[in-house]
Design a protein around this ligand. Structure first.
Ligand code: FMN
Length: 182
């Protein structure tokens, strides 16, 4: 296991969403003291949009979803992280988080952050009934289903969880949290 950092850092999870991917990665690149956690789809989709998943945080660690038991969750119990951001969060990951399912690296760290009372900020892709979203080669219109929107709404009721609806809100919530932790 990696050595414990001198002070708690930010954990940022990326799932397999093209929606808000560019905006999220722009914020990630501006941050210090951040480690990345990819879902398997997250790693693939990041590559499809032309980014190198390993070079986004030159100073940070990068965790990929390769093991069934999500060993990096131990880092949350050890106190390595003051907060978790899940952004962008796919319909799939949001649905699992709402149901309490932990079967990927990202859904595991969300659940375990919650159990350690570490606050999370989530940018759910499905925040509006109609969205224009970038595919790798063009813009497409998407109509999130009622169930997708219901999951986003339900996640807003979770303890220690702030759900934001766009990248500006994400930036503001993150700034507030980083000020809180000094
Ligand atoms: C190019 C591309 C873009 C995608 N964009 C989205 C998206 O914006 N929102 C979403 O919910 N799923 C999107 N998906 C589908 C997810 O990647 C897929 O549901 C995956 O199983 C999610 O796994 P994860 O939640 O573990 O990351 C996209 C897939 C591809 C190939």
């Amino acid at each position: 296991m990696q050595a414990r950092p001198e002070k708690p850092r930010l954990a940022w999870a990326v799932t397999g969403s093209g929606h808000y991917l560019k905006e999220c990665l722009e914020i990630v690149r501006e941050l210090d003291d951040v480690d990345l956690f990819y879902s398997r789809a997250g790693e693939e989709v990041v590559r499809m949009y032309g980014y190198d998943p390993k070079s986004l945080v030159p100073e940070g660690r990068v965790y990929r979803d390769r093991a069934a038991s999500a060993p990096p969750v131990g880092l949350f119990y050890r106190g390595d992280y003051h907060s978790l951001v899940v952004a962008p969060a796919t319909s799939n990951t949001v649905a699992k988080m709402v149901l309490g399912i932990s079967d990927t690296l990202v859904t595991n760290i969300f659940a375990q952050a919650g159990k350690c009372q570490i606050p999370s900020i989530v940018l759910a892709c499905d925040s509006e009934p109609e969205i224009d979203t970038p595919a790798p080669d063009r813009i497409v219109r998407v109509w999130p289903r009622r169930i997708d929107l219901e999951h986003t709404k339900k996640l807003k009721t979770f303890e220690a969880t702030t759900v934001v609806d766009d990248a500006d809100q994400l930036f503001a919530a993150l700034k507030t949290r980083l000020t809180e932790v000094g």
